[in-house]
Design a protein around this ligand. Structure first.
Ligand code: C2E
Ligand code: MG
Ligand code: MG
Length: 251
């Protein structure tokens, strides 16, 4: 990693895939999440879980985060009206002007700030909590959608929901996949109820089956994302996929 990851950034081996997020009522694709990949020579495509922790610990998250922001904004400029969600990690909040930096890149690529979403996790905001809240407030005031990612996996979930400037929460796969059990359904109803009380939208992540879709819809999720709808795909395939799925759902 020590040599290969900096070289990957230099040699354009990193790329983005996009996974659609579906509006449950509108039955159409309203957003996509940008997901990082590394095409490592001699190895193949490497998932972020295998190299992001190393990048976080070795001061490589800044160049990688900037790459993803620019890549996703450049791609999103062609989609008009489809929101693009970008994951921001802990170390990026160490940059005091993060909000300005994100907005400047989006606007430079012609992306309306209303078409930009920033996803943060509990672990991303905790180490620099006050700074993170301040930066998220600025982003939100400028029209960027703010989501709390992987809900259900942490301890301080409901406190965080109430204390962060949020528009939406994303239920993580770990909690979504328990939806067929009594315990899981109760936990989901509890989290979704709290989100609704706070006026937040709720996205269910990791939806793989029609059964999960039906249960999470009945529990009140307004958006969903998962292999049931689509795998993450290259930017070039997205518009055709959207046209095809919208036509299918309208039929
Ligand atoms: P995440 O933000 O929660 O992203 C969702 C992850 O769930 C993605 O994994 C996606 O491929 C996967 N997924 C989506 N639908 C399904 C499903 O139906 N079933 C299953 N089993 N998995 C599903 P991926 O792409 O491996 O990303 C893992 C994590 O890496 C992300 O979790 C996010 O925390 C982080 N990540 C990805 N891209 C970036 C990035 O550009 N910057 C930062 N800071 N983190 C990123
Ligand atoms: Mg995410
Ligand atoms: Mg997630």
């Amino acid at each position: 990693m020590r040599e290969a990851l900096p070289a990957a950034i230099q040699n354009s081996e990193l790329f983005a895939l996009y996974q659609p997020q579906v509006s449950v009522n509108g039955r159409c694709i309203v957003a996509v999440e940008a997901l990082l990949r590394w095409d490592r020579p001699g190895v193949g495509v490497v998932l972020p879980a295998h190299f992001l922790p190393y990048a976080e610990d070795n001061d490589l998250i800044d160049p990688i985060g900037t790459f993803m922001l620019e890549r996703a904004c450049r791609d999103a400029a062609h989609w008009g009206g489809i929101r693009v969600a970008i994951n921001v990690s802990q170390k990026q909040f160490a940059r005091p002007e993060l909000a300005d930096f994100i907005c400047t890149i989006a606007l430079a690529h012609g992306v309306n700030l209303r078409d930009l979403e920033i996803e943060v996790t509990e672990t991303a905001v905790f180490p620099h909590f006050a700074e993170a809240v301040a930066q998220l407030k600025i982003l939100r005031a400028r029209g960027v959608t703010i989501s709390l990612d992987d809900l259900g996996s942490g301890n301080a979930t409901k406190d965080l929901m109430a204390s962060l400037p949020l528009d939406r929460v994303k239920l993580g796969k770990e909690v979504v996949e328990l939806c067929t059990t009594t315990f899981g359904k109760a936990r989901l109803a509890d989290l979704i109820g709290a989100a609704h009380l706070l006026g937040l939208g709720v996205t269910a992540e990791g939806i793989e089956t029609k059964i999960e879709f039906d249960i999470l819809r009945d529990l009140g999720c307004d958006q969903m994302q998962g292999f049931f709808f689509s795998q993450p795909m290259p930017a070039g395939e997205l518009l055709a996929f959207i046209a095809q799925s919208d036509a299918k759902w309208r039929a």
